[in-house]
Design a protein around this ligand. Structure first.
Ligand SMILES: Nc1nc2c(ncn2[C@@H]2O[C@H](COP(=O)(O)OP(=O)(O)OP(=O)(O)O)[C@@H](O)[C@H]2O)c(=O)[nH]1
Ligand SMILES: [Mg+2]
Ligand SMILES: [Zn+2]
Length: 355
């Protein structure tokens, strides 16, 4: 038998495997990894807010991460997070932050719920963007269209969304009349972790509450313009009774994509398949002869909007890749400057020893 996993009252000094429920700048809220329903405890972070992975790289921990916490054998000492376990999956967005270009929104999730409202009309470009984010994470994307009770033809709208969500299940739900919740609940097998992403006001927290069967997250009102008002302000992991976990996230206006050629090909599998049939391997799909993309456009099999969306996200991902490369190159130059400086210093001190 293993020890009870709740932070023990007597502490033998051994580190405890814990799951991050909430990540703030200086500290984490964690629960024991083998008892996710236990009360959450605070665990302090090193001063730089980063934790080492086994390969030595230091990264900011995020919701869903598995970490080691310890308190050095003293029961009265504060818990400290010491080590980050490698991430199975990671939902990563572009962030022009100072310490890194990427921000991990959630780690170790199995499903990414792309939550979009049916009222106001769903934004197909946003769905495509979030699907790309989801594909890149390594987790399985699922689309959930909310507020079915507010529109006359939810299924017809869902069909339009399904047309741009290739290979992805699309669910239509309403937390008001309970439409469609059963199949979404069925995704939550024990041990499954799910994160909800989507614009503010889409109904992510309402959905999390409906799935949890209790009021765990506050939900927002609707403003006259139909837009949400950023009710959820931090990311939080909600353990369910059967061992599944849900991560609620604040709605964001635009999620920046990080470089993700494979993820783009997954989201735009139809365009990618066409592009592969163009006569020239480097076809830009504008005026080239034998361009399968332009042919599909002319024949009405490919929508202008879809192609424009693909180009936009591709440009964005390429831009992010260049920025990441520039950053890497700068780090490499700085490393070489240090190495060279050290080399010259050693040469000088050798020279002076020889006299
Ligand atoms: N009619 C109807 N309203 C809904 C439904 N789901 C959510 N809402 C309402 O939509 C508003 C926003 O819901 P939230 O769950 O707070 O949205 P959110 O995505 O969590 O928003 P942020 O936390 O700001 O990102 C609230 O007033 C909800 O009551 C639904 O299925 N039908
Ligand atoms: Mg919310
Ligand atoms: Zn082409």
């Amino acid at each position: 038998m293993t020890e009870p996993a709740a932070p023990p009252t007597a502490d033998d000094g051994a580190p405890l495997r814990a799951r991050v429920v909430r990540a703030d700048r200086g500290a984490l809220l964690v629960v024991p990894d083998d008892d996710l329903g236990a009360a959450a405890h605070r665990a302090d972070l090193p001063r730089d807010g980063l934790l080492p992975l086994p390969d030595g790289t230091r990264v900011p921990p995020t919701v869903g991460d598995v970490v080691d916490v310890e308190r050095g054998g003293r029961v009265d000492a504060a818990w400290r997070a010491t080590v980050l376990h490698p991430r199975r999956t990671a939902v990563v967005r572009d962030s022009a932050g100072r310490t890194s270009l990427e921000q991990a929104v959630a780690a170790n999730v199995d499903l990414v719920l792309v939550v979009e409202h049916l009222d106001p009309d769903p934004d197909l470009g946003r769905v495509e963007r979030l699907l790309t984010l989801a594909w890149r994470s390594g987790a399985r994307p699922v689309v959930v269209l909310t507020k079915a009770d507010l529109v006359p033809d939810p299924e017809g709208m869902a069909a339009e969304v399904a047309a741009v969500a290739i290979g992805v299940d699309v669910h239509v739900v309403s937390v008001v009349d309970g439409t469609g919740l059963t199949p979404v609940r069925a995704l939550l097998a024990p041990g499954v972790a799910l994160v909800a992403v989507g614009p503010s006001g889409a109904g992510k927290s309402s959905l999390v509450n409906a799935l949890a069967g209790r009021q765990v997250m506050a939900t927002g009102g609707r403003r006259a313009d139909g837009r949400g008002r950023h009710t959820t302000t931090h990311r939080e992991l909600v353990p369910l009774a059967d061992g599944a976990v849900l991560v609620d996230t604040p709605g964001v206006r635009g999620v920046g994509l990080v470089a993700a050629p494979d993820a783009l090909d997954a989201t735009f599998a139809d365009v990618a398949a066409l592009a592969a049939r163009c006569r020239f391997a480097d076809c830009a799909h504008v005026t080239e002869p034998g361009c399968a993309v332009q042919e599909a456009l002319a024949g009405g099999e490919l929508a202008e909007r879809r192609l424009a969306s693909w180009r936009k996200l591709q440009r964005e991902a390429e831009h992010a890749a260049r920025r990441a490369d520039a950053r890497l190159a700068a780090e490499e130059r700085a490393r070489w400057r240090r190495v060279t400086r050290e080399y010259h210093r050693q040469q000088r001190s050798r020279g002076s020893h020889r006299g």
